[in-house]
Design a binder for this molecule. Structure first.
Ligand SMILES: [Zn+2]
Length: 106
């Protein structure tokens, strides 16, 4: 008995830069791509033909020494919201805390 895997083509586009991509996964999934308008940060795509709007939500408070995702103007990106006709999705970019050996001295 042989296993036959039928891959279904999924066509995607980025509402921000209009870039396109194709995936061949069977399971439900969302395609991401490294968007050139957001310093090549990973951004969710939407199925081709879906009316959508990509909204960049910038961080409003102090960042400190944490490492964070930024756009091409150096603004810290907190999250990205994809608005569709029947709902929305949100991708959150959590900053990475930075510490050094001095942090352990009490
Ligand atoms: Zn893009």
């Amino acid at each position: 008995m042989s296993n036959i895997h039928m891959n279904k083509e999924h066509h995607w586009y980025c509402p921000k830069c209009k870039g396109t991509s194709v995936s061949f996964e069977l399971e439900p999934h969302t395609r991401f791509h490294d968007c050139p308008t957001l310093m090549l940060n990973s951004v969710p795509m939407v199925p081709l033909g879906t009316k959508a709007n990509l909204i960049v939500n910038y961080r409003q408070d102090y960042l400190g020494k944490d490492l964070a995702v930024t756009d091409d103007h150096g603004r810290v990106v907190m999250s990205i919201t994809i608005e569709r006709e029947n709902g929305f999705d949100c991708t959150v970019y959590c900053p990475t805390a930075v510490m050094d050996s001095k942090s352990f001295n009490a």
